[in-house]
Design a protein around this ligand. Sequence first.
Ligand code: FES
Length: 106
Amino acid sequence: MTWNLVADLAEFEDSPVLAREIGGVSLALYRVDGAVYATQGLCTHAGVSLAGGEIVEGYIECPAHYGLFEIATGRAQGGPVCRDLATYPVRVEDGRVFVEVAVDGA
Ligand code: FES
């Protein structure tokens, strides 16, 4: 596992959800109440990018069929989703956001 620089905190000013791809791994980054979280980037229902979704009280609502996942835990909470999202450890240092994820060749 490697800590990867994935974003700058300032990037959340434009959107509370960011899409990233690191070493072939698709991620969604969220800023919720001052904290940053990372989950897999694609919904477990039909593979739609969660970065186009909306954050509602700590949950991400998938833009395709409105499935809900708890952002902090990745737990599937309702709608057509029944498989949880993978989550990744996040570290913020000097306004830079790092996510721990295994990348190809690392
Ligand atoms: S693709 Fe996310 S709920 Fe269907």
